[in-house]
Write a protein that binds this ligand. Sequence first.
Ligand SMILES: Nc1ncnc2c1ncn2[C@@H]1O[C@H](COP(=O)(O)OP(=O)(O)OP(=O)(O)O)[C@@H](O)[C@H]1O
Length: 803
Amino acid sequence: MALDVTDSAGRADQLLAGLLLAPGRRERITHVHRAPARTARPADWPAWTPPVLVERWGACGIDRPWAHQVAAAEHAHAGRSVVLATGTASGKSLAYLLPALTAVLDAADGPATACPGVLYLSPTKALAADQLAGLTRLQLGPELRPACFDGDTPYAERDWIRSHANYLLTNPDMLHRTLLPGHARWARFLKNLSVVVVDECHTYRGVFGSHVAQVLRRLRRVCARYGSSPVFVLTSATVSDPAVSAERLTGLPVVEVTDDASPRGEAAFVLWEPPLTDHQGEGSAPVRRTAIAETADLLTDLVLNDAQTVAFVRSRRGAEVVALLTRDALAEVDPALAGQVASYRGGYLPEERRALEHRLRAGLLRGLAATNALELGIDVAGLDAVVLAGYPGTRASMWQQAGRAGRAGQGALAVLVARDDPLDTYLVHHPDALFGRPVEATVLDPDNPYVLAPHLCAAASESPLTERDLDLFGPTAELLLPTLEQRGLLRRRPTGWFWTRRDPASALADIRGTGGAQIRVCEVDTGRLLGTVDGAASHTQAHTGAVYLHQGRQYLVRSLDLAECVALVEPAEPDYSTSAREVTDIAIVDTVHRRPWGEQVEVCFGTVEVTNQVVSYLRKRLVTGEVLDETPLDLPPRHLRTRAVWWTVTPDAVAEAEVEIADLPGAAHAAEHASIGLMPLFATCDRWDIGGVSTALHPDTMLPTVFVYDGHPGGAGFAERGFAAAEQWLRATRDAIASCECATGCPSCVQSPKCGNGNNPLDKAGAVRLLDRVLAEADDIETDDIETAGTDTAESVEFAAAG
Ligand SMILES: Nc1ncnc2c1ncn2[C@@H]1O[C@H](COP(=O)(O)OP(=O)(O)OP(=O)(O)O)[C@@H](O)[C@H]1O
């Protein structure tokens, strides 16, 4: 594309011009989106603001609040729960600190036992630590007693926190596992709880969000027991329908504030497509240069250009590799700079992460390759540029990551580097799908019986459940209670439902849905613990033969022992990466909704039983992506009862689409892969959160069928969104396949990185014709046309301790 950036003097354009100096770079840009600068709209401090706060914030350079900060603070001060949905770095912290600290300081002269308390919830420990540092800087004296309470808090400090803290910074996990089950020990704090801050509330989505919604209901119930009724303040830079989402999350009426009055520097957001290479992938398909290699090049150039840059990489492994390649490249030019580049991801020890955050803030690190563990709200000032190695899965996440650059009103550059997959390819060629559109709806289903059942047990163990509590937990609660009684988990007595066991009920709910026990990753010779991997992820990431990376060092997994929950690794220097392959079977348990599209096509939504097995892994050259070989694995199958969307098509329609019977498996398979790739455009999910199966004849439908299912027990709401937006979703799928420049299918359109059948068979042209036929009589779903057929799954719920 024609691009003239040289005559503009802005910082973003200077950096972009620097990137374009290398040959062949200009052609890789598919679009530049520009966000103009915005001037600030300040307001007066509310009359009720304690003078000490005005003075302390003034000392930090904040002379007047911005209008949106005052609007949100006034709502909270008046007792109305509020969600503040304004851009990254728009000062959302001050908006909740103002009413929260006012409540604490106003009561400072009263009795210590009645001092109002603030509960601050953040999805990550790092964000809570960042907030605590900000509170401490305000130096408000002994009236404010803030404390972080998370898994890293030493036991010796916990007693002090319970007895004295009046500003508790914690996370939903601690609330669920420690604070609520042990509420009697926290009675002082809960009785006086006046403000609950739910920071970065858009992160509470899918299964995790549904669990958090129930944890918040349990919190409200316990508070009511102690006589308190806290106001909720929620924040997010990237949530659509803020009030609706916040109401679903808290179960309370919530007002929204969305008019952003903070200043912003000019920003450029560049879409970037790596070139095709001469290498051949599976089935001799062309291979694009990897987003990892391309990102490492951009990070190198930006660091050389004196731009402090964070590269966001989707996988932990990818973050390590980008840091490694960047350091190598810088070492050739300026060895001192190589030492100023690092990687950051979950799974590092807390002290390692804190040290990296500190070096980044202090400007000692010039380049960082990070996973989204760094994404949320950590106040990193002065970032000049952000590179996104692959679309992070949602527009919400994309804006969060891009928003790390250009804080405090500077100009900034963001570059999205497309990975070799259908969604990324579609997006860099359809900028309208990214810019000028609201972020996607937060998918949340607190009524999912798999989610609700363990929280009902937990609530009963916190205080017996009564009829009056049922409203709080929603209509599914009443349906579930008889099942929980039958299973012997709850017992009904005249005064309510009681938890019957001695073990903690909260252990029934794995709120992060991490899929079972953590696997410890240990060095074989020294026994040193390097980190941990989730149980469910261990089959794909820590199988025997996998390449595992930690702090830039590579290891090979020598063995994975699922019974002992340990993977033994040894240091190694392979020049390849590994990717696991899995095969999947699916059976329909219950069809909840059916939607015919004419006579020949039907789209359905319901409950399915999925059997998944990792069967092999591929070795791929690190930088080129070339496939070296495939090695079989012997891992047990995993079973999952979940929700799926599926479509069927009759043999007549297949014939009308001019797809031969012999080509049907390849056409359906290609359509399935691409539709999984495109689903994140419609539901807030990641392609790894969902899976698919396609078959030319499914035993339950007796028709050619393509399924896409939620990869979480009980479902996560993604398949349901796919069903609701089926026409747009399948149309985008069809367009993504048709517009890919390859001849017969490649990773940018119909190949899938985790296909257990080696991406075979795949028929790209057949998929387009099949989808054209499927869509021929499609129309937008009207609720009235949806036939609700099945029963819900309340009776079939199974979870951890129920079996
Ligand atoms: N009214 C104001 N005037 C000037 N600076 C302000 C004002 N309010 C906040 N700031 C500054 O703006 C920066 C960003 O604030 P903060 O981190 O609270 O933003 P945020 O909206 O919470 O960001 P994120 O979306 O990353 O969580 C901070 O350095 C803060 O000191």
